[in-house]
Structure formats: structure tokens, C-alpha cells
Design a protein around this ligand. Sequence first.
Ligand code: GZL
Length: 341
Amino acid sequence: MFRKRSYSLIVVGLLFVMTMALLLYGSRLFTNIEEEAHMTQENRIVVGVSQLGSESGWRTANTESVQNAFTRHNGYFLIYNNARQKQENQLKAIRSFISQRVDYIIFSPVVETGWETVLQEAKQAGIPVILMDRNVDVEDESLYVTCVGSDFEEEGEKAGRWLERELVRQRRSSQSVNIVILTGTEGSSSQIGRSAGFAAVADRHANWNILEEKCAEFTSTKGKEVMKTFLKRYPDIDVVVSQNDDMTFGAIEAIEESGRTVGVDGDIIILSFDAVRGALDMVADGVINVDIECNPNQGEYLLRVIDMLEAGEKVEKKYYVEEDIFTIDNVTQELLQERTY
Ligand code: GZL
């Protein structure tokens, strides 16, 4: 009996000591987090980033480059929001950044139009806005400080010029060529620019028949769905122009399931955009004929721009990231090993 009672006293005592220790540690822990957060906000540059979504491998790499740039170590406090492809979510996020009085707003506009009002609100709040990846179509360009991204029209023209050279190489430059185009999100800078750039070259060739262009939202699921429709409707497709690698992956699946073949030894030529790692592997294997790079690593460029603004230096209205064009001839093993996305 005695032994049982002393045992239970020991257990109660131990539980009491453990509870007190937890309460003490826990309160110190929370104090530290609160202090850290408070100190953090005070000492660091607060950047609100509205990312348009997570629709593609390119977008994932773009997000990573931003998160790797605006770190505590670099003196920043990053508030990040994923808008899941919805403009209304981006508008909400930007308004929330304004009410939190961040130091800078960065966003990748899902489409080019519909931003004047919220950009006016940011301007009235005295918060500089920096565009990332895509652009906005506004009358008053003072509504944003600068845009860090790609020359999408040049990307489209690069694709067209490559096809010109390829058809000469295949001795098909005077033959009739049937082309279908998978376009990205309707009204996005990347879709507008790539379509216009490719069209500018295609207009020079009366023998290039663009059978149909259809939006596949930059995703592999939609890319496969739209390509299936094209294959049913057009039995003699010679070329697929796909405005990003994710749609290309879906389109290639649909083509191969239909029994037709793709790439350097196939009967359908594949032109793609982005040049993410998985697509470059397919370029190296001859499955994708050409991939027009769209560089997602914009974090460092954005960091430099804000450093310049903090130093009171003038910044340009547009900064273009460096980009290449890849075919089986220049996708080497060492390039693939060095690739960060
Ligand atoms: C290009 C970017 C496009 C990519 C797609 O800068 O806007 O959006 O090409 C992404 O992969 O969805």
C-alpha cells in the first residue's frame, strides 16, 4: 500500500515539474517568435509578392527564384501569395499588401488588362510596384516602376525563324506546311507576344497553313485535350507550335497515343517554349525539335532593382532576362547537369 502511494506521489511530482517546464519554455518560445516577427518587420524591407499561380514547371522555378532572393539573410521580409490563376485573387492580395503598408509590391499579372484601379491605389499609398514575368496594359506607365521579364514577341519570332531554317534544311520550304498552335492563357503577355512574334514570320510564307490556334491554359492536361481535338479534326498536321513545355508534354502524349510520331525522326515537328529541364531532356532525345527558352530566374534581377531603388538610383522601365534557343545540337550533358530549372 505504502509503496503504491509513494509511487503515485512521484508520478504526480514528475508531471507537475514537466508541466511547469513546458509552460516556461513555451512562453519563452512564443515571446521569441513575437519579438522575432516584430524585429523582423522593423529591420527588414517588406516585399509583398503576388504570384499568378502554380500552373507549370516554369512557374515553380520562377517562384523559387523569388523566394531564394527575398530572404531574411538578404535583409527582406517576404509576404507571398499564390493567386491560383485568378485575377480577383491578385487584386485582393495587392490590396492586402497596401493595407499592410509593405515597402514594395511585386506581381506577375495573369492577364494584361484590369489593373489601373489597384495600381492607382498603390501609387496613392506611395508603394512602388514592380512587374515580374508578364506585363500590364495601362495608359499611365507611371503606375509601375519597372518590369523584369522576357521579350515574348522576340521569343515567337525566334520560333518562326527556326522553322524557316528547318524547312529549308528539309527541302520543304516551298511545300504546303500544316501548322496547329496551342496558345497559353488568353490575354497574358506571354500568349500575346509569342502569338504575334510567330505570326509575323508566318505571314511571310503563303505555304504555311495555320489550321487552328486554341488556348490550352499553359497546362499539360489542357494541352493533351486540345491536341486530341486537333488530331481528330486535321489528319495531316505537319507542325505543332506549343507556347509552353507543359502543354507540349500533354500534346506529345496525345500524338503518340494517336499512332503518329514526333521530333527529329518523326512526322510532326514540335516547337515549344520555356526550356525547363524535363523538356530539354526531350530535346536531347530528339522528341522536341526546338525549345525557345524563357528564363524564370528573375529573383536576382528583382533584388538588384530594389537595391537600386533603395540607393535612390534611376531604374529602366524594362529589364529583359537572358534567354537562348535549344535544339539537339546544343543540349549537351554538361548543360543539363548545370541546369537549375
Ligand atoms: C512566361 C510565363 C509563362 C510560361 C508558362 O514568362 O508567363 O507562364 O511560358 C507559364 O510556363 O505558365
